[in-house]
Design a protein around this ligand. Structure first.
Ligand code: T4K
Length: 391
């Protein structure tokens, strides 16, 4: 854990005083687990003179991820968004696809970018994941599929969504961008639906700098996705499929291989961070830490807090106070995809069917976390919140 300078109590945020942190404290500070191993991997790529196009490091990385997640295929990609686009296309989704509005906008954009209409369904306010009852309500004759999102690393209601998909002949896939290392009923995320899509962006608990992957147990789907990620080439001079460029580069795979080794240590550090925040925020009126299922695995990467209507300070005012102290708290994924363009113009009345999304979007505040945050820093962040809410 790195030691950023925390100023003394007396310096804290009284008007005109220096901020609590001399350097910004970020939400998404990357986990860099084994610098030497990463650099050795980069050296290997340079020595090989093989930098991209399904190189040996990417192949090793795919095998390690597939083994870790207990799934047959892992197809590594240049990022999670392209991985979503390729998965959507490989599954043959068309027309309308049901997704939550309460997600990162990439989930919706990956559909819209390909001429498919994302249809936003409401969420369960306790889990922040799709509400199966709401999903059923949004099915029309044009619906071809459902994309469940395992938000904040908590598994979506996989069983219920699969039952709905089976009943209506729909394809089901998952956006597992937050869920590397998570489980559903004890089984690793990565094994569910027709396929699952991970993001390994720098800000994720497990990162390859930029990167992503699709996991599946379906041989034909994996084959199609491999072709699509490399312009449809099968061998030299032989294009047998439409495709794009979704390839992961060797340097990113080197980062992934280095970070895989220490991933479980990151989870333990994140759990400690979560517990420390929970303790330090205890009893502050209207502040609730989002809880997790104790019987499921989760990387505990996101430190999500709800600022309820019973809190004397509005969420946005609290974030402004924190940011003035160099604590860069965020209101991910405010205001919900349905209020972002082009969806706001497409569905001006979407809010009528998204009442829980609206409430959650107004309450969520994500606090700095990650393996590099110290207990002292956590205490200082919580002191700022406590002082602002109950001066
Ligand atoms: N589906 C879901 C559910 C997702 O959450 C995402 C991505 C995707 C799909 C798509 O996957 P990718 O195509 O991205 O692989 C970030 C990430 O760019 C994005 O990957 C992520 N979700 C999303 C939730 O968050 P921003 O807008 O927060 O990035 P930015 O630049 O504001 O960085 C966040 C914080 O982290 C800042 O305080 C700065 C700090 N930071 C960031 C970087 C990149 C660092 O300290 N070091 C760094 O290297 O989007």
């Amino acid at each position: 854990m790195s030691g950023k300078k925390i100023m003394g109590e007396a310096d804290l945020a009284i008007h005109g005083a220096p901020p609590a942190f001399s350097q910004p404290l970020h939400v998404g500070q990357p986990n860099i687990i084994n610098r030497d191993k990463f650099l050795a991997g980069v050296a290997r790529a340079l020595d090989n003179r093989w930098l991209t196009n399904n190189g040996p490091l990417v192949q090793e990385f795919e095998q390690r991820v597939a083994d870790k997640l207990g799934v047959k295929h892992c197809v590594a990609m240049c990022n999670g968004t392209i991985a979503l686009e390729i998965a959507i296309r490989a599954l043959g989704l068309t027309g309308e696809v049901i997704v939550p509005s309460w997600t990162f906008v990439a989930t919706a954009h990956a559909l819209y970018w390909q001429g498919i209409t994302p249809i936003f369904a409401d969420i369960d306010p306790v889990t922040h994941n799709l509400d199966p009852v709401a999903v059923r309500r949004m099915i029309t004759p044009r619906t071809s599929g459902i994309i469940g999102v395992h938000l904040w690393g908590r598994a979506a209601p996989v069983g219920e969504l699969q039952a709905i998909a089976d009943e209506h002949g729909l394809k089901l896939m998952f956006d597992a961008a937050h869920a590397f290392g998570s489980s559903y009923r004890g089984q690793s995320i990565g094994q569910f639906g027709a396929c699952e899509v991970f993001s390994f962006h720098a800000t994720k608990s497990f990162n390859t700098m930029e990167g992503g992957a699709i996991t599946t147990n379906d041989d034909d789907l994996a084959e199609a996705m491999r072709l699509m990620r490399n312009f449809g080439f099968k061998g030299y001079d032989n294009v047998i499929h439409p495709g794009t460029n979704g390839k992961m580069i060797e340097v990113c795979a080197a980062m992934g291989l280095a970070n895989l080794d220490g991933f479980e240590d990151i989870v333990v550090a994140n759990q400690a961070t979560h517990a420390a925040y929970q303790q330090a925020l205890e009893g502050i009126p209207g502040i609730k830490v989002l809880s997790y299922d104790l019987d499921e695995r989760n990387s505990h990467h996101y430190m999500v807090v709800e600022v309820g209507s019973d809190c004397p300070v509005r969420r946005d005012d609290l974030i402004a106070t924190l940011q003035a102290e160099n604590i860069l708290a965020r209101r991910y994924f405010w205001p919900g995809c349905h209020r972002m363009q082009p969806y706001r113009d497409l569905f001006p009345h979407a809010e009528l069917v998204l009442p829980q999304t609206k409430v959650v979007a107004e309450q969520v505040m994500v606090l700095p976390a990650g393996a590099s945050i110290t207990l002292q820093q956590i205490q200082a962040v919580c002191d700022v919140i406590r002082r602002r809410v109950s001066p």
